[in-house]
Structure formats: structure tokens, C-alpha cells
Design a protein around this ligand. Structure first.
Ligand SMILES: Nc1ncnc2c1ncn2[C@@H]1O[C@H](COP(=O)(O)OP(=O)(O)O)[C@@H](O)[C@H]1O
Ligand SMILES: [Mg+2]
Length: 269
């Protein structure tokens, strides 16, 4: 491995593993709250991370200002979950109501992730993508919609999105931003699951999301990544071997083409 490759792998790992915020559950009688706080001294880490995110064409960036992150986390939480409590705790922390459900990554690890759960995740992403970002006229997007940031609530038979720490580049179209959310989810799913599981869960996920403009943007994004983009995608798919990553991208392209064709097929009479 060349020095440059080693450096970029290390940076990708750091972006994935360094936690810029600390999180703790505050259990109260009436409601439980997740207390999330920007760690001190994170400015340089975020600046370096943002250089990598830009060079790897990630389409996202982290908020370097703690207050800007706090306001984004709070306004997004209120937009997506209007009936749930969310409040500022000083300039660099928030308290967010604990939402019901379990993380999709844990459900998958325990062998409990099912088709209805990923369909619920797709429906929730679709609903959220239809909302308007506060103080703007743009459709909202997540920026880091991997399995750890989606909860599935069995009792309510629905999914919930959490963790609003990144924003998409503002020059992207809404379809490109929404396609990026789907890509992040599907790379993570493939990296964590067997190919067989990933194939059937992805078919259900895309079918439940169904949005032709977003699917076209995703098709356009699914070419083999190069340079630092490859490092990022490998990191997002949990270091899936190169050949399997390329095969997965090809599978996604076929799946999107198949869905597009079946949506135009005339109904049988
Ligand atoms: N509102 C919430 N409801 C339920 N669980 C939450 C909530 N906020 C955070 N968590 C839990 O805390 C973990 C970390 O929070 P998150 O906002 O994803 O920050 P990060 O991934 O950046 O550390 C989540 O994976 C989830 O388990
Ligand atoms: Mg998270």
C-alpha cells in the first residue's frame, strides 16, 4: 500500500470513528432525553475531516461551528418529529426526546432485520425528503443516513431518523442529495449483510421509496468510484473487497433499471 493510500485510509477511518459529539441518556420520570454535546477541541478534527469529505466527493460536510450544528440538529429534529421534545442546553449541546425503536444495524447483527423494517425506513426517508429545510425553500436531506441513524419501532410499525450533524453541499439538486442518502444506506447495508440478505432487503427498500427523479440521480452516481472517493465508499461499505463493491454497484444499477421498467409496464387487464 502506498503512503498516500495509507494516509487516505487512515483519514477515512478517522472520519468514521472519531466522535465529535458525546451522547448520554438522561432518564426522567416523564420523558427520557438524549443529551448530545459537541466535544471541546474538535475544530481541527472537523476541518481535516471536511477536507477529506470534499476531496472524496462525499457531497457532505460537518458543521465546524458548534452553534451552527446545534441549531441544525434542533431545527431538523423539530421538523421531522414535531410532537417530540427538543431543546438547547447552552451553546454547544442539545437534549432530544428518546424516540422509540431499535437501531437497524443492531437488528441486522441480531438477525432480526426484516423486509417490513427496511420498507418502513424507505417510507420515512421519502416522507422526510418531502419536507422543506427550515429557513430555506429547499427539500430537506439527511447527509448521513446509514443504518445506525435509523430506528425501527415495532409497536408503531414505523421508522425514525436521528443524528443530524452533516449537511449536503448546497449546489446539489434535491434529487442528487436524496440519491446520496439512498446510496449511503445501501453501501452500509451491503457492508454489514450477506449479499443474499442485501439483495432482497434492497429490492424492498427501493420499491418502497420509488421516486423516478431520485432513481435517475442515483443511477448517475453509481459509476465506479476513483481516488479518494473509492476510499470513502470502501469505508462506508465496511471495507468490502474491491470486486464485491463494484459488483454491488452494478447490481444496484440493474435493480434501478428493473424498477424503472416495471413502473412503465402497462397494467394487465
Ligand atoms: N433521539 C434519540 N432517540 C433514540 N436514540 C437516540 C436518540 N439520539 C441518539 N440516540 C442514540 O445515541 C446514539 C448516538 O447518537 P447520534 O445522534 O447518532 O450521534 P453520533 O452517531 O454522532 O454519536 C444513536 O445511535 C442512538 O443509539
Ligand atoms: Mg449516529
Amino acid at each position: 500500500m502506498s503512503l498516500a493510500e495509507l494516509w487516505s485510509r487512515g483519514l477515512a477511518l478517522a472520519v468514521d470513528t472519531v466522535r465529535v459529539n458525546s451522547v448520554a441518556l438522561e432518564v426522567r420520570q416523564d420523558v427520557s432525553l438524549w443529551h448530545k454535546q459537541r466535544r471541546l477541541g474538535m475544530y481541527a478534527v472537523i476541518a481535516a475531516g471536511n477536507v477529506f469529505l470534499r476531496l472524496s466527493r462525499s457531497h457532505i460536510r460537518m458543521f465546524s461551528s458548534a452553534k451552527a450544528w446545534r441549531d441544525w440538529e434542533l431545527s431538523t429534529f423539530a421538523l421531522l418529529h414535531p410532537s417530540r421534545a427538543a431543546e438547547a442546553r447552552g451553546p454547544r449541546a442539545v437534549a432530544l426526546e428518546a424516540l422509540p425503536g431499535e437501531r437497524l444495524d443492531l437488528l441486522l447483527t441480531q438477525g432480526r432485520l426484516t423486509t417490513p423494517m427496511v420498507e418502513a425506513a424507505a417510507r420515512e426517508l421519502h416522507r422526510a425528503h418531502g419536507l422543506t429545510t427550515p429557513n430555506s425553500s429547499h427539500p430537506w436531506s439527511h447527509g448521513d443516513a446509514h443504518l445506525k441513524n435509523v430506528l425501527y419501532d415495532e409497536a408503531g410499525q414505523r421508522a425514525w431518523l436521528i443524528d443530524f450533524e452533516t449537511e449536503h453541499d448546497t449546489h446539489l439538486s434535491a434529487d442528487e442529495r436524496h440519491a446520496d442518502d439512498l446510496l449511503v444506506f445501501l453501501l452500509d447495508l451491503r457492508g454489514r449483510a450477506t449479499r443474499e440478505q442485501a439483495v432482497s432487503l434492497t429490492a424492498a427498500f427501493l420499491h418502497a421509496y420509488s421516486e423516478s427523479g431520485v432513481f435517475r440521480a442515483l443511477q448517475a452516481r453509481l459509476r465506479p468510484p476513483r481516488g479518494l472517493e473509492r476510499v470513502l465508499w470502501k469505508s462506508r461499505s465496511h471495507q468490502l473487497p474491491e470486486a464485491q463493491l463494484l459488483e454491488w454497484l452494478e447490481h444496484l444499477r440493474h435493480e434501478l433499471t428493473r424498477l424503472e421498467a416495471s413502473s412503465h409496464r402497462p397494467l394487465a387487464t
